[in-house]
Structure formats: C-alpha cells, structure tokens
Ligand binder design. Structure first.
Ligand code: ATP
Ligand code: MG
Length: 870
C-alpha cells in the first residue's frame, strides 16, 4: 500500500463513520500566544475542548502537519538517532466533541487497524492508564473493560501518568489515554522475548503508533484537575510510523515517504545509506529536517533570530552541521532536496509547490551564511585552543562560541578530541543553565485561573459596526507579565474591541464603569477563539453593565493603514508580477509594514509606480465592499487572495476595494478616500527572496512632509540664501573642494619649512643626530615628516610631540641601523614616555606612536627622553 493510499483509507474509513473531513491547520501558529507550532492534531480544536465555542461538526477526522521541536513536545534531539521520531510528521486523527466516547473510539481504532489495514492482531498491544496518586486517580476501568472484550489480557499493559495521561500544556484539557503499540520484529525474535515486555522501552521495533485520548479533565493553574462538563475523544496516529508498518519495513525512513529524499541525499553526497551507522544518522537528520524547514517556510515562517523563526533556523543548522561533520558537505546542498520533496508532497500540500522557488532560495542563503559561521568558528576555536593551558578547554569559552557565533558544541567536542584536548562539559552546562534561567525569567508569564462572573454562550464581536457597546464581564484572571507587572485579562459577553490578528494590532481603549471610574484597556488579543482584553486593573463592580469604548483615533488610523496594505499588495502584484506572495504584515495606527516574496531590490521607478498605483486607487474613492459570510469556494471563484499559513473556515469574510479582493478578518475604511495619501518610507531585504516595504498614510504623510519642509527651511536659513537651495549647496561643495586643495598646498609648504627648521636644530651627538621637539601636526603628518627626515638624515633619533583636539600625541623615529646598533626600541620608548601624557602606545622598534589625554605632559616627555638614551 502506498503512503497516499494509506492516508486516503484513513480518511474514508472515518468518513464512513459520519466524520467530517477537514484540511490540516497550518503548522506554524500565528495567533496563539501559548504555542508556536502545531504539535498535535488537537491543537486546532482547542477552543472546542475548552468550551469557548461549539464545533459545527461533532465528529471530525483529518491529517495534521505537526512539528515537535519546542515546548512540551520536543523530539529534536532524538531525530535521526532513532528510526521513528521526526521533527515534522503527519498525525492522522479522529475527534468527537461531546459525542461518542471510549467505546466507539476503541472499537473503530481496532477495526481500522485489523480489518482495513489488516495488521496482524497478534502483533498489537494496547495500554491503559493505571491511575496516579498525585492526581488521586485510579485505573481507567472503563477503557480496560472495553479492551478486554477485544484482546487477551496479556496484551493489555498498564501505563503510568508519563505514558498514559495526555496533557496539552501545563494548563488546559487533558485525560487518560490508551495507546496502541505494534511489534514488527521478525517471528524468531518474537519467540525469544515477549513483545509485552518491550512496550514503552524505546525499542525501535516495538513502537507506539496510535494514541486514543479521552479528554475528561481540565488542569488548573494550581495543578489540580476538574472534570469537564462534556467528554471528548482526541486520537492521533503517526502517519510515517503507520506507513512503515504497512509497507513491511523497520524504519519509517525506509517507507516511500522518505526513500526518494534519502536517494537524493545519497546522490548529492556520494555516500550509501546503510553503510555506516554514523553517516546514516546524519542522512536521516538531513532527510527529516528539510521537510520541517520547507513546510515552515511554505506556511510563512522564515528562519530568523527570534521566536518561531529561530527554532526553524536551528533545525536547518542542525542539518547543515550533520552534513558538514559526517557527510563532508561544505557547500550548500539542502536546497537541492526541495525539488524531490515538492514532487512527492506537492499534490497533497499545494502550498509547497507554489512556493518552491522561494523555499529553495531561503534555504540556500541560510546554508551559505551558516557555513561561513562554521568556518569563522573554526578559526576562533583554534584561538581558544592556543590560549588553553593544559589539555582541558574552558566550558565558558566554548559556550561563548556556541552562544554568540552559533558554533555547535558537538562540533567543538569533536574537533577538540581530534587535537587531543577535552571539553570542560560541566563548565559548559553551567553556562548553558545560567543563560536558560536568564531567558526563562525574561519571557515567562504567570496566569491565575479564570474566575467566572457570568456564564455565557458564544462571545459576539461587534467591532465591524460599533466602537462602543454595553457589555458584561463573563470571566477574568490575573496575569503577571514579563516585567513583574500585574494585569487582568477580561472576557466580555460581546465586545467592540478588535483582537490582534491578520497583522492588525489589537484595539486599545477604556471601560466606563457606572460610578464614573475608568478602566484602561491596553491591548486586545484572541486566545482559543476568545477575545481577551488586557486591563490595567479590575472594574470594582464586576456584576454591573460596563461601557466598552475603543480608542477611535487609533482605530481609524489603523484602518487607513490596513486598507492601504490591501492596495499595496495589489499594486505589487500589478507592478512586479503575480509571483508576489504576502509573507507578513503589521498594521499599526502610525505605519504599516508589508513583507513579500520577490527576488530583486525594487528600483526607484518601480517604487514610484507602486506608490502611484495605490494613490490612484485612493483618488478613485473606491467604496468598501464587505462580505461577512461567503463560502470559501465562492470567494475563490471571485478571485479573492488567500494567504498560505492562515487558518480559514468554510465560511470566510471578503474585503473588496475595486479589483482588490482579499480574505480578511480585519477592519477597514468605508471608502479609500479616507486614506488620503500613501507614501513608501523604506524598502529592503529581510531574507533571501523576501522584501519589506514600510509605508505611511493620512496624517502620518502630512507629518512626514511637514518635517521635510521644516528641514528645508532650516537649510535655507543656514545657507542665508533665498534662492534655490540645491544651487546654493552645489556652490558650497565646489567652494569646499577648492578650499581643501588650498589647505593641502599650504600644509605641504608648511611641512617643507618645518623640515628645513628641524634639520637646523638637529643636535649632533657622538655617533647620531638627535632632536626632540613639539610640532603643530596631526598624527599622519607627524609620521610623514619622520619618515621623510629618516630618508634624508642617517642615524637619526627623532621624537615629536603634538597637541591635537585636547589630546597629546608622541611619535618616535629611530633609523633602523641606529636602533640595531644601540639596542633601542621606539615601541618601548613611547610606552615609557606615555606615562607623562597619561596614555599608552606602541609600534615597531624603529617607529612608534603614543596617544594620551594629558597635553600638559608633552614637554616633560620631550625632556625625559634624553635620560632614556644611554
Ligand atoms: P512517543 O512516546 O513515541 O514519542 P508520544 O507519546 O509522544 O510518542 P503522542 O503525543 O501520543 O505520541 O502522539 C500520537 C502519535 O503520533 C503517536 O502514537 C505516534 O504514532 C505519533 N508521533 C508522536 N511523536 C512523533 C514523532 N516525533 N515523529 C513521528 N510520529 C510521532
Ligand atoms: Mg513523544
């Protein structure tokens, strides 16, 4: 069975059990402050588990792109080393939201595995939660009894909280689970050791394939559990692991999902997979990581220096480093794998195909710059080694290399080993821990439990039509922010406040309380599909009706910038071509930022055309045509632009101005005339093939021009000319050049005169000529003069002192023969004399300079030199 057939069979099986099939949510999560990447199929349904909203479909099935490289689920370090953990993988899942529970979930899982996929029943084991004292929970008897009816008891294993109690995060929905494990060892092995004893023992051929989670509790902030009113089913089966089992191979890398990629790795590196265990690990790392990186970029997350982007960068670098160390790849090569990946997965995931050129470019560029870092790191490491006394290299130093230059620690260890050194791992770990606790305390936010004031149905958003509304508090909780400040999160039954999303910032404003008090709302965000308001304090009377008022000025400016962003997007596609894809946007009251894929810097002419295009649309006074409820199909037919990496339902909202039509949940002007004017203030690259435009509209444009005009007036005033300032400046430039020339000529004359003077002053000592004297020259001129004198006078000792801009300078010249004969050293001499001018210096034995902050000391230095020459 091919992997495509396996995926298809899963979905059609559950369709047959009345499940609605939905597409995978993006792997990169944009609007959830608690999670960077989708790490399980259930993430996109969190709001249903929490009871914030009700799913239209009580039964759902899908395949979900997952990434487990950060937070609670992090498999990164296993990947490559074993044969069944991946960074990015597909999770096949079926869900029940308050519908069926353990009985059906267990029966269907068994039916699918044994009757549809025809896995040998004898090779399957199941596990049941045994209970846990911490949580006061006992054996999951219900699940145990259900399994007992299907499988013999010796194939039911009891599991601890670690393996059989599933939690999404530190807080939130959770519950006991039943896992299904499969033993794929050859019969001869099975006869020797019973499979049951190998379950959950990290055996590569006795592995978990499916987890059936029975969500029935909510974990509260204080760690206690409370039962959920509705019970849910959440299952997840590893698609790659299932394919391995059904294709009769013992590593998911040998399934048809990974084979073509590994083949390409073989042909690029000239290494054969399976010939050397160390190289095999590296090849698996490479084959795995390119998928994670490519899918992230397709979802709109580029590698970067922080947050989710940094996680992606680290995955990519791990692959480069394994290639560099074990496969001898010292040139970019990962980008070459993108083509195979696209051929193989581009049909199931079209976002990959559409953006393959961008993915290749970004990956190649990243590889290139990291390889450079590696080279520099090797040089720095050599320096660290040569500065090491003994054979143990300081862990703190290795950590600095790792932390500041991104030089990988395992490479450091490897190189040290080759050179006969060892690493002080304890010191390294200590430095690492210190840094971790520093960054943890800087980023963590503590949250109390929600306090419910009113119970309420689904929350209503009024902000498309209203900026003010009477609302009631539904629940609130206290949070402690990064900077140890207390704030309150408030949820209302309805709200006019727009929550941050789709690039547009969250609304600010205030609440008016009946007694006349005001509570400020600092920001608004969406969490698990609920609009959460961040308030400075809590309203005194929680039960009363409140007036929620949005800051109208900020909102209006934000709307101008949001609508202008749509017009800019349209303009770029018009002027540059339809390859332009939105890669990010930020819409603030004061400015807008738009990132997009394009491979070259925009010329001035293109920038002007883009600006003109937008301004023409503004002058056409195009009315807003908003459609709040339209089917995705209909919207696409009309030509609406959807973004990769965004989550859309089957009903979407479209925003149209003339021919610009986009899927968008943001707020907009009623007519483009309100934007008044659009002006680009900067354009540049933010990554390979991705450019950023920053622009302003309306009042900001006025301020911009007023500021420019102010500057021009200032320039005119300084020029003291009422005529054309450009002409006046050209005149100044010319005059300046002329004056420079004259000064140079004068300085040359002066130097000539000075040289003649100095020659006359030279003291003839027994076998050399001596002079120490003050001059009015800068450092460069002092050096020139010294060398010229040296050319003309043999056996010369010349010490010059000068004061420039309040600082003291000394220069010492000694003819080479003289320095050798007498054993004098100009460097030592200036260092000695540096004391008098409160400074230091150095140089070569025949010429050296010193600088200091005490010009008063010059005279003394010029005098003291005599006593040094003995
Ligand atoms: P394991 O103990 O093997 O790491 P898990 O308990 O972390 O698995 P779950 O969180 O229950 O796994 O995820 C459900 C299913 O997803 C698993 O049964 C497995 O088939 C699959 N899965 C989990 N992690 C990975 C991974 N890193 N790579 C591939 N498949 C995975
Ligand atoms: Mg795991």
């Amino acid at each position: 069975m091919t992997s495509s057939e396996i995926r298809e069979k899963f979905l059609s099986f559950f369709k047959g059990k009345n499940h609605t099939i939905v597409p995978s949510a993006p792997m990169v999560i944009k609007d959830d402050p608690t999670l960077m990447f989708t790490n399980a199929g259930m993430n996109q349904f969190k709001e249903y588990f929490l009871g914030n909203s009700i799913s239209k479909h009580p039964r759902i099935a899908d395949t979900q792109k997952c990434l487990r490289v950060s937070g609670k689920h992090n498999d990164l370090e296993e990947v490559g080393k074993d044969t069944y953990h991946h960074t990015m993988f597909e999770m096949l899942g079926n869900w029940s939201f308050g519908d069926y529970f353990k009985k059906e979930a267990i029966a269907w899982a068994w039916e699918l595995l044994t009757e549809v996929y025809k896995i040998d029943k004898e090779s399957l084991y199941v596990s049941v939660f045994e209970g846990s004292e911490d949580d006061n929970l006992t054996l999951d008897q219900e699940a145990y009894d259900l399994w007992k009816a299907i499988v013999p008891e010796n194939r039911i294993i009891l599991g601890s909280k670690k393996d059989n109690f599933w939690e999404m995060g530190d807080q939130g929905p959770c519950g006991p689970c039943s896992e299904i494990h499969v033993d794929i060892r050859p019969a001869s092995e099975k006869a020797k050791v019973a499979g049951a004893s190998l379950v959950n023992q990290d055996h590569p051929e006795v592995i978990e394939i499916w987890n059936l989670v029975f969500i029935q509790y909510n974990r509260k902030a204080d760690g206690s559990l409370e039962p959920l009113p509705e019970k849910h089913v959440d299952t997840g089966m590893g698609f790659e692991r299932l394919s391995m089992v059904l294709q009769g191979v013992n590593s998911s890398y040998d399934s048809d999902i990974f084979r073509p990629i590994l083949k390409e790795v073989e042909s690029i590196t000239g290494e054969a997979y399976g010939s050397d265990p160390e190289k095999d690990i590296a090849m698996r790392v490479v084959a795995d990581h390119i998928r994670a990186v490519a899918f992230s970029i397709a979802d709109g997350q580029l590698p970067s220096n922080n947050g989710a982007g940094y996680v992606i960068r680290r995955i990519l670098r791990r692959a480069v480093r394994y290639g560099f160390t074990f496969l001898g790849t010292h040139e970019p090569f990962l980008f070459k794998l993108v083509k195979v990946l696209v051929t193989q997965m581009g049909t199931a995931f079209p976002e990959l195909k559409r953006q393959s050129a961008l993915i290749e470019n970004v990956v190649r560029e990243e590889e290139h710059s990291f390889l450079k870092t590696l080279e520099q790191g090797l040089v720095l490491l050599d320096e660290v080694i040569s500065g090491t006394k003994g054979k143990v290299v300081d862990g703190q130093k290795a950590f600095e290399l790792y932390d500041t230059f991104g030089f990988p620690i395992d490479l450091t260890s490897l190189i040290l080993g080759e050179k006969g050194y060892t690493l002080d791992t304890e010191g390294f770990e200590k430095a690492m821990q210190e840094q971790k606790s520093r960054s943890r305390s800087a980023s963590e936010v503590a949250k109390d439990d929600w306090q419910v004031v009113h119970t309420n149905g689904e929350q209503e958003f009024l902000g498309y039509d209203q900026l003010e509304a009477e609302v009631r508090l539904v629940k609130y909780r206290k949070i402690t922010t990064k900077k140890d400040k207390t704030q309150f999160q408030l949820v209302f039954d309805k709200t006019p406040f727009y929550p941050e999303g789709g690039g547009q910032v969250g609304d600010m404003g205030y609440l008016e309380v009946p007694n006349g008090d005001v509570v400020y709302i600092l920001d608004t965000k969406k969490e698990n599909n609920e609009i959460v308001h961040y308030a400075k304090n809590l309203p005194k009377h929680l039960n009363e009706s409140l007036t929620a008022v949005v800051n109208k000025v900020a909102r209006a400016n934000t709307e101008r910038n949001h609508s202008a962003t749509h017009l800019l997007h349209q303009a770029l596609r018009n002027v540059l071509g339809s390859h332009v894809e939105q890669k990010g946007s930020a819409v603030h009251p004061g400015h807008l930022r738009f990132d997009f894929s394009h491979f070259a810097k925009l010329t001035n002419e293109e920038l002007t055309r883009v600006e003109d295009f937008v301004n023409e649309r503004i002058h056409e006074h195009l009315p807003l045509q908003e459609n709040r409820q339209v089917s995705m199909k209909e919207a696409m037919k009309e030509g609406a632009i959807a973004l990769f990496g965004e989550k859309y339902g089957d009903q979407v909202r479209t925003i149209r101005f003339g021919n610009s039509i986009e899927l968008c949940g943001g707020t907009h002007v009623k007519n483009t005339a309100e934007i008044w004017h659009f002006k680009i203030v900067s354009e540049g690259a933010i990554a390979a093939g991705v450019r950023r435009i920053e622009a302003i509209t309306s009042d900001a444009v006025l301020n911009h021009y007023e500021e420019k005009e102010g500057q021009l007036d200032e320039i005119k005033a300084r020029l003291k000319s009422s005529g054309d300032p450009v002409k006046a400046i050209e005149g100044l430039i010319e005059e300046n050049a002329q004056l420079k020339k004259e000064i140079e000529a004068l300085q040359k004359d002066k130097a000539k005169g000075l040289k003649a003077e100095i020659k006359k002053e030279l003291e003839q000592r027994e076998d050399y000529k001596f002079l120490s004297r003050e001059v009015d020259l800068d450092a460069g001129a002092m050096k020139d003069l010294s060398f010229e004198m040296g050319q003309e006078v043999d056996n010369l000792f010349l010490l010059l002192g000068s004061e420039k801009d309040g600082k003291a300078l000394l220069s010492c010249y000694i003819s080479k023969d003289l320095a050798n004969a007498k054993g004098w050293n100009a460097g030592q001499i200036v260092r000695e004399l540096g004391k008098f001018i409160q400074g230091g210096g150095g140089g070569q034995p025949f010429f050296a300079t010193a600088g200091g902050k005490n010009p008063e000391g010059i005279k003394e230095a010029l005098e003291k030199v005599r006593s040094l020459l003995t």
